[in-house]
Every structure is written in C-alpha cells, then in structure tokens.
Design a protein around this ligand. Structure first.
Ligand code: ADP
Ligand code: MG
Ligand code: MG
Length: 211
C-alpha cells in the first residue's frame, strides 16, 4: 500500500466517520474533565472538511493539499482548544507532505510535524494529559517502524497502535494543561478526550490504507 493522495482523501473520510461514530464517547470523556463539547467540536469540524473536500472541482494534487484543507477548515469551524491545536498540527504536517505519495519516512515526517505543531501552539509536554500523550508515543513507534524498513502502511499502523495505548495511559494522569487542569487531582481517573480523538484520527489512517 502507498500513502498517496487518494489514501489521504480516504483518511479524511474515515476520520469523519469514526469521529461521528465515537461522538458520544468523546463527549462523555470531556464531560468528566472538561465542558462536554469535544465530540460535537470534532464532528462539526470533520463534517465541514468532508464537505469541502467533496466540493473541490479538481482533486488535490498532493497529500499536503489534502492536509492543508483539513487544517484551514478545522481552524475556522472548531472552536475551543482543539480547533487551533488540530489545525496547527495539520498545517505543519501539510508543509512536509508536498508530494503525491508518502513512504515510511514521509509518514514519520508528517507525524513529527503534527506533534511539533501541537506543542508550538499548546506548550504541553508528555505527561500533562493532553493529545501530546497520544502523539509522542505515535512518533516514537513510527520512527522505530521506519528504521526497520517499514512501508507507509506499516509505519502508520505502528503509530496508530501506540497512540491508542498512549491515550489509554492518560487515565491516571493529572492534567496540567487545558480545561481539565482546573480540576487538579480530580482530573485523574479519566481518559483525556483529545488524546482519545487523536488515537481515532490515526486509526482512521490505517482503515484508509486497508480500504
Ligand atoms: P475545550 O477544552 O476548549 O472545550 P475541546 O474540548 O475541544 O476544547 O478539547 C479539549 C482537548 O484539547 C483536551 O482533552 C486536550 O487533549 C487538548 N488540549 C487542551 N489544551 C491543550 C494544550 N495546551 N496542549 C495540547 N492539547 C491540549
Ligand atoms: Mg471541551
Ligand atoms: Mg469548549
């Protein structure tokens, strides 16, 4: 499998579907340690992304063009913390994906850029109970998979699996960034909604590569 432009487009559609399927779960997680809008925010954003992608007269020429459309749409349609964070992640990723197809190393570069974007915007490091806790292990796993010769699909699958584990590992953490940090110690015992949605986004990329 190759991570080409058609794959990137399928990734967007799979993400929108998965986020919609998990909307109540994301909402419930955010109700526990935030304001209960993360599911709705993400569904609104990715629905808008799909509408824009489907309305293009010319198909995007590069993977980066797809990612840039995701970035600008999320920035203008998703409020709160997650909109600018995801928007910056996709925007940084788009800049290293000016190609018609990503190989394993290209997938690593995209994920590294996304993590850098989130950190540039939100200033969170690992262990603060945010989406960074899904992305850091995802990047580490992607690097390892690419170093052992993995192709784009294998690298992406390794990243997605690590992101899922990273999201689950946020449960005992105490939040020190974002709205959940207002709860202090009471934020422990719940999975971080942004880490959970990040894991869904990466899993959707794997589904897109198997389609
Ligand atoms: P809001 O908190 O404004 O309602 P959302 O509910 O859509 O926004 O998103 C909340 C998620 O955003 C959190 O679960 C967390 O993963 C992420 N988040 C919040 N602040 C930061 C930050 N500074 N760095 C990284 N991620 C963050
Ligand atoms: Mg919220
Ligand atoms: Mg909110």
């Amino acid at each position: 499998m190759t991570a080409d432009v058609a794959w990137a487009s399928r990734w967007v559609h799979e993400t929108a579907q998965s986020i919609a399927d998990h909307r109540d779960e994301l909402t419930e997680l955010d109700r526990q340690i935030g304001d209960g809008d993360h599911g709705e925010n993400m569904v609104r954003g990715f629905r808008a992304v799909v509408a824009k992608l489907d309305a293009l007269e010319e198909p995007p020429a590069t993977v980066g063009e797809v990612l840039k459309l995701v970035a600008t749409t999320l920035m203008s349609t998703v409020g709160g913390a997650a909109g600018p964070l995801y928007g910056t992640a996709y925007l940084r990723a788009s800049k290293v994906a000016d190609v018609t197809e990503l190989d394993g190393k290209g997938v690593v570069a995209v994920l590294e850029a996304a993590l850098e974007g989130v950190q540039a915007r939100g200033k969170a490091t690992a262990g603060e109970k945010t989406m960074v806790d899904a992305l850091v292990p995802a990047v580490e796993a992607a690097v390892a998979a690419a170093d052992s010769g993995g192709d784009a699909a294998q690298v992406f699958a390794a990243a997605a699996q690590a992101a899922q584990q990273g999201a689950e590992a946020t449960v005992p953490l105490v939040a020190t960034k974002g709205r959940a940090s207002y709860l202090g110690e009471r934020s422990a015992g719940h999975e971080d909604p942004g880490a959970a949605s990040t894991a869904l986004v990466l899993a959707a990329g794997v589904a897109a590569s198997e389609a």
